[in-house]
Design a protein around this ligand. Structure first.
Ligand code: ADP
Ligand code: F6P
Length: 321
């Protein structure tokens, strides 16, 4: 395979640029050409496709976001539009595609492959860490560090005012960011969508903390739990401390990628190029227990074994008391 393309799709994540750079550098080393597709599947459909050169890669290793831009493209669910998009690739002699995104993006890639014979490789790029088949996704570690920085700052003011602060973190339906940031940031309470949450129990914990002299409470709330202002309202009825709510929001999606994310992105991108060079497709790349692994791309939505989030939740829960 001499010509491949690469795109980023769905929510952006720090480290996507590092993955793009690594894929292009490795492909160029192997004598392959790499085309960039702007704005994910939207750009594939609208023919926003260009040959990536060294100038495009310059400096992007350390930039958050994605230099290829990203978009959501509902039309791609329609086979008629996928056919137009595939034709834009074939006209240029592009035979392989690297898709950096989440499982929705993988589904699009899988259909493109089955219907039009383009070889596809998926790389997990999302801050949410919600993709089956890899221990960590590209962007998760940077996002975790952003949250930890926020927790430190919030703890300062929470202590001065002896307040309880509910901190909503992202993750769509997954509690990974909340669990990891609770453990690493010394959180004092945690609510995630994967378990039954009890505000009664949280209120009890807060009262106990105050009885033992603690001056603040930082409670990590995963966005997937539901409306945080409902949580705030219910908690306020049960505790006497002042409660404030902070929604960290899209700050969590930006920033220079951590060393760990850059390494993960690089390892995965190199593997993707090696697979396409060998004519292999229909797979997703992950890193499990330190090893770079592949799974059929459908594993992302058909697989059942996700990471050890519930084990970690138990630790977060115990340590937050
Ligand atoms: P993520 O990749 O982060 O899960 P989305 O679910 O928003 O993000 O999917 C990103 C894009 O992937 C969608 O805008 C669409 O273009 C494409 N996509 C998602 N699901 C499908 C599907 N079932 N069939 C075809 N394309 C899809
Ligand atoms: O999937 C990444 C993510 O940041 C989720 O954590 C969040 O629920 C969602 O995207 C936000 O999407 P948008 O950028 O469309 O507001």
């Amino acid at each position: 395979m001499r010509r491949i393309a690469i795109l980023t799709s769905g929510g952006d994540a720090p480290g996507m640029n590092t993955a793009i750079r690594a894929a292009v550098k490795m492909a160029q080393y192997k004598g392959m050409e790499v085309y960039g597709i702007r704005r994910g599947y939207h750009g594939m459909l609208m023919d926003e496709i260009f040959l990536i050169d060294s100038r495009f890669l310059s400096g992007i290793i350390e930039k958050g976001g994605t230099a290829l831009l990203t978009a959501r493209c509902p039309e791609f669910k329609d086979p008629k539009y996928r056919a137009i998009a595939a034709e834009n690739l074939k006209r240029r002699g592009i035979e392989g595609l690297i898709v950096i995104g989440g499982d929705g993006s993988y589904r699009g890639a899988d259909l493109l492959s089955k219907e039009h014979g383009i070889k596809v490789v998926g790389l997990p790029g999302t801050i949410d860490n919600d993709i089956i088949g890899t221990d960590y996704t590209i962007g998760f570690d940077t996002c975790l560090n952003t949250i930890l920085d926020a927790i430190s700052k919030l703890r300062d003011t929470a202590t001065s005012h002896e307040r309880t602060i509910l901190v909503e973190v992202m993750g769509r339906r997954a509690g990974d960011l909340a669990v990891h940031s609770c453990i690493c940031g010394g959180g004092d309470g945690i609510l995630i969508p994967e378990v039954e949450n009890s505000i009664e129990m949280l209120a009890f914990q807060i009262k106990q903390r105050r009885n033992t002299g603690r001056l603040h409470d930082i409670v990590l709330v995963a966005e997937g739990v539901g409306n945080i202002f409902d949580v705030e309202k219910e908690l306020k009825e049960k505790v006497t401390t002042e409660v404030r709510t902070v929604i960290l929001g899209h700050i969590q999606r930006g920033g220079t990628p951590s060393g760990r994310d850059r390494m993960l992105a690089t390892q995965m991108a190199v593997k993707a190029v090696e697979l396409l060079e060998a004519g292999e497709g229909g797979v997703m790349v992950g890193v499990e227990r330190g090893d770079v692994v592949t799974h059929p791309i459908s594993y992302a939505w058909e697989g059942t074994k996700r990471n050890n989030i519930l084990d970690l939740y138990r630790i977060a829960d115990i340590f937050s008391r």
